[in-house]
Design a protein around this ligand. Structure first.
Ligand code: ATP
Ligand code: MG
Length: 359
């Protein structure tokens, strides 16, 4: 069977690495000649909205999937017209692409979110911030990632700077939540509605970018697993979801507040390659191709650490016992995710040795 990826980044790369042992084959569409997936599969180098490239891309594929929620909806519509099978579908993509639709979906399903409001003008921003009081975060409705397209508003004095940074785009204003921690749930659902859930992970961000993930149970003895799974089930049912879905939560006073979802495999699930019986990448492929889902059980305690901005020499890392290195072969740039490390059976000492290398 052959799968097509819209986008050829590290997620497509890791899906392919998970799918080759199953005998699967892959093709990706990405305008970047040096995209991380390009040297592992057939690569069509073109923009995702190029009709000729889409026709060529869709030939002979059993299923098409995305590796970014920013794929234009028109691209999926075009592919559906050519008879392609696409998982997850347009509804999931369109909902998670726009923070306003996404948060409204959570709200309609009774899943708690930070109080939010659509902002269509400078006047509305002024009015909301002044009348509600407190601190906020202003976000672009579309295309934000790794904390990009966000501005923190601590008081009305910050409105000018926030508008200068983001004004003119479609915006959403959220109340700033003083949460206790962040966590995420990776779920997978097949076309018959069978679901599996990975253990909840505790996430730590630095400058809005994910830095580490570890089992929630290592961090806290408050069990939130069943609550998180109940929220995920409702969302996946609502979206007729097929594939891996990630939901990011804030933890406040022992309860979950949904922040956002990603209709794809996710950075906070990279640990599953070595730490779970079946990785998120393999389970996504199984789900979208109609194969039985694999066990999501934890195999080993772990800590996942992102490599951001600068890739240390492999020889300086690989002497650490239990360290699994993933280098995406990307050009180094400040704040860019270049790879990740999964540390099995982690200790504070090993973690500190790694962070010294990352500095
Ligand atoms: P990514 O795609 O990397 O997950 P993003 O850029 O899409 O991130 P969010 O996940 O919404 O954006 O926000 C990034 C981080 O900013 C969150 O993980 C959290 O640490 C902080 N943050 C976002 N919204 C709020 C909020 N309402 N209150 C407090 N902190 C927030
Ligand atoms: Mg996020």
């Amino acid at each position: 069977m052959k799968v097509g990826f819209l986008g050829g980044g590290q997620l497509a790369r890791m899906m392919a690495l998970a799918g080759y042992p199953l005998g699967l084959r892959f093709r990706c569409l990405d305008p970047n000649p040096e995209s991380p997936a390009a040297d592992l599969m057939e690569h069509i180098q073109a923009p995702l909205n190029d009709p000729d490239a889409l026709r060529q891309f869709s030939q002979g594929l059993d299923c098409i999937t995305i590796e970014s929620e920013n794929v234009p909806v028109a691209t999926l519509e075009n592919l559906l017209l050519h008879g392609s099978k696409i998982n997850p579908g347009i509804k999931a993509l369109a909902t998670s692409q726009d923070r306003l639709y996404e948060k409204s979906t959570f709200q309609n399903l009774g899943i708690p979110t930070a109080p939010f409001t659509n902002i269509a003008s400078r006047e509305e921003l002024d009015k909301e911030v002044r009348s509600r009081g407190g601190a906020f975060i202003l976000k672009t409705r579309r295309e934000g990632y790794d904390g990009k397209g966000q501005f923190r508003i601590k008081s009305p004095a910050d409105i000018d700077a926030a508008w200068a940074a983001l004004g003119g785009r479609d915006l959403i204003l959220e109340e700033w939540l003083s949460f206790d921690a962040e966590c995420s749930l990776i779920s997978v659902r097949d076309s018959q509605g069978n679901t599996r859930f990975y253990p909840l992970v505790h996430n730590v961000h630095q400058d809005g970018i994910l830095f580490t993930s570890e089992p929630w149970s290592t961090f806290s003895n408050t069990s939130l697993q069943s609550k998180a799974e109940a929220h995920a089930k409702k969302i996946m049912q609502e979206l007729d979801y097929v594939g891996v879905l990630t939901i990011e939560f804030f933890v406040m006073k022992g309860d979950l507040v949904a922040n956002e979802m990603a209709p794809r495999v996710h950075n906070s699930g990279h640990w599953t390659i070595e730490g779970a019986v079946t990785s998120q990448f393999e389970n996504h492929l199984r789900a979208i191709l109609g194969l039985p889902l694999g066990s999501t059980e934890l195999r080993e305690p772990f800590k996942m650490i992102n490599v951001i901005g600068h890739m240390p020499r492999a020889s300086d890392l690989l002497n650490i016992e239990g360290l699994c290195l993933h280098d995406y072969r990307k050009k180094a740039a400040p704040k860019r995710k270049l790879g990740h490390i999964t540390l099995l059976r982690p200790s504070q000492e090993k973690f500190e040795a790694i962070t010294r290398q990352l500095k």
